[in-house]
Design a protein around this ligand. Structure first.
Ligand SMILES: CC(C)(COP(=O)(O)OP(=O)(O)OC[C@H]1O[C@@H](n2cnc3c(N)ncnc32)[C@H](O)[C@@H]1OP(=O)(O)O)[C@@H](O)C(=O)NCCC(=O)NCCS
Length: 138
């Protein structure tokens, strides 16, 4: 049985390797900083699954006092197609519902449209909203 747990110090390098293998890192995002920031507060976390000492899946989640968000959903390519991605999302949903959150939002990069079917299989729908953003600190 796969159990998702909160990331520990010893997992950090392996999680970054997983994200790189899954094509989720970008030159302008420092994954170490993302992990460290998510772990710094009580409203966010990184959840991981492990198989024989190897990190096989992750999900970063948190909430802003209103809605939950989901980032870095990743499954090691060798472990895909076995329900691990579904479990990662469910682990994040459970982490949030235990903290009183009832709605989840997530972003899918436009170049990663192929993953849309994965979220649709899990009951997510495309919302008719325009996502806008701006960097507010260097
Ligand atoms: C997307 C990802 C997490 C799926 O992981 P996985 O372990 O293979 O997914 P699961 O086996 O849990 O699949 C769950 C369901 O989604 C479906 N599914 C999985 N990937 C899919 C895809 N790319 N398109 C359509 N459906 C998909 C499965 O068929 C399954 O449906 P079912 O339960 O009705 O049979 C994995 O492919 C991955 O890490 N991709 C790279 C990283 C990424 O793009 N993450 C998302 C960032 S927004």
């Amino acid at each position: 049985m796969t159990v998702f747990r909160e990331i520990e110090d010893r997992d950090v390098d392996d999680v970054v390797v997983l994200w790189q293998a899954c094509g989720l890192t970008r030159p302008w995002n420092d994954p170490y900083k993302d992990i460290s920031f998510a772990r710094a507060g009580s409203h966010s976390t990184v959840l991981v699954a492990e198989h024989e000492g190897r990190i096989t899946a992750s999900a970063m989640t948190g909430h802003d006092g209103h809605r939950g968000v989901l980032y870095y959903v990743a499954v090691d390519p060798e472990f895909r197609g076995q329900g691990l991605g579904r479990k990662a999302v469910f682990a994040a949903e459970t982490w949030l519902t235990q903290r009183g959150v009832w709605k989840m939002n997530l972003l899918v990069r436009s170049e990663n449209e192929s993953v849309r079917g994965f979220y649709e299989a899990l009951g997510y729908t495309v919302n008719p909203v325009l996502c806008m953003g701006r960097k507010i600190a260097p």
